[in-house]
Design a protein around this ligand. Structure first.
Ligand SMILES: *[C@@H]1O[C@H](CO)[C@@H](O)[C@H](O)[C@H]1NC(C)=O
Ligand SMILES: *[C@@H]1O[C@H](CO)[C@@H](O)[C@H](O)[C@H]1NC(C)=O
Length: 373
């Protein structure tokens, strides 16, 4: 009797106490035991929900027209519905944006990547940012998984435009308060902004993929296809505890390669080329041939942004690669259908977690070395 009273009294006490009690009673009372177990399980379920709040108030996630699939995945992870906006073109090709839901006082995230019609999508993003800004949202964050014009980041010849800086200015003028992006082609681009820029990395997801899907990864060499990528490659090689090599190339014109020299040893190893971006694939296909020539057993490529424009797919089809692994910062369904060598890593959970943490005012540095579950 005393025990039962105790039971009712302690029904809403912390689980620890309950389980202590539970252990004591267990010996004598079979059916009390079962009821108690149910109470404890329910209690635990409630606590779990308390630890991971499902609902996030005052947040709106909009999708630009470049990559609705990614937005969908992000929203699913955040357990949110994506917010409604009607995106249209007038007959003279002007972009028209209508934000259907109220954003007053809301923390707005707009997801738009540099793919498809890059210029139109950039304009659309600017208009969406501005529309949300002047509709009294509390903060507008542009989530740009692949940053447009990131390759035009320096004045490396006479009269060269620094278009990445221009894009940065345009985003700020439109009203963006914060930028979330991934593997910027040059991390200095962060400095083109006066607003905070979170440059996330696909590296943890790539490391995970290498460990899980390349059986001989412990015998591999990580190779950079150019001197500029040496830092990225050494970081990955260090984390995998394997060797690295790099290819020195002389490039006379954009998207055109002349001569290549391999620095390092890949003989009888699995060579893994790593780069931040792959576009027409001219360079990496030549690099693959070079690595095979130098005695590599197999060659893989890992690139964060699979732009894959122009003759890229044909080139990859004919190339020496075992597989070319990219992420879905840019949609890849079509490319994967057309070229069986392309594999895709989903990075939506990294962006979703960055959005969640930004919204809750938490640090995002956890994401630099971990893949969120
Ligand atoms: C490439 O290198 C080879 C030998 O290393 C040289 O004979 C050739 O002229 C070079 N080609 C160019 C375009 O520099
Ligand atoms: C690549 O090869 C596959 C068959 O292996 C073929 O179905 C596909 O059409 C090819 N794609 C291109 C772009 O050549």
């Amino acid at each position: 009797m005393l025990l039962l009273t105790l039971l009712t009294v302690h029904c809403f006490r912390p689980t620890v106490l309950m389980s202590l009690l539970f252990k004591k009673i267990k010996v004598h009372h079979g059916n009390v035991d079962r009821r108690l177990r149910r109470v404890i399980l329910e209690d635990r379920a409630e606590q779990k929900q308390d630890q991971h709040p499902v609902k996030m108030p005052n947040i709106k996630v909009f999708s630009g027209s470049s990559h609705p699939d990614l937005t969908q995945r992000i929203c699913e992870r955040l357990q949110l519905d994506n917010s409604k906006a009607v995106l249209k073109k007038f007959s003279n090709k002007e972009t028209n944006v209508e934000i259907v839901e109220s954003v007053r006082g809301e923390d707005v995230f707009i997801i738009q990547s540099a793919c498809g019609e890059v210029n139109d999508n950039l304009m659309e993003l600017l208009i969406m940012i501005n529309a949300c800004k002047i509709a009294s949202s509390s903060q507008v964050t542009a989530v740009i998984p692949c940053f447009p014009y990131a390759r035009q980041d320096k004045k490396d010849r006479s009269r060269a435009p620094i278009s990445a800086k221009l894009v940065a200015n345009m985003l700020s003028v439109a009203g963006a308060d914060h930028i979330i992006t991934m593997d910027l082609h040059a991390s200095q681009i962060q400095g083109f902004f006066d607003i905070p820029v979170d440059n996330l990395y696909a590296e943890p997801a790539i490391l995970k993929y290498i460990r899980e899907s390349i059986p001989e990864w412990k015998e591999s060499v990580i190779v950079s296809p150019d001197a500029g990528g040496a830092k990225r490659v050494t970081s990955i090689a260090d984390r995998l505890n394997v060797d690295f090599a790099l290819i020195h190339k002389e490039r006379k014109r954009a998207n055109e390669v002349d001569n290549m020299t391999l620095v390092g040893n890949v003989k009888d190893k699995v060579a893994i080329l790593v780069d931040d971006m792959v576009d027409t694939c001219g360079t990496i296909c030549l690099a693959a041939d070079k690595l095979i020539e130098a005695g590599a057993k197999r060659v893989y490529a890992f690139c964060v942004h699979g732009v894959l424009s122009g003759p890229a797919l044909e080139r990859l089809n004919k190339s020496a690669f075992e597989a070319v692994v990219v992420t879905n910062t840019i949609p890849q369904e079509d490319n994967m259908r057309k070229c069986p060598k392309i594999k895709c890593i989903d990075i939506s959970m990294i962006l979703a977690e960055a959005i969640r943490r930004t919204h809750n005012g938490e640090s995002v540095s956890y994401l630099f070395s971990n893949v969120p579950m």
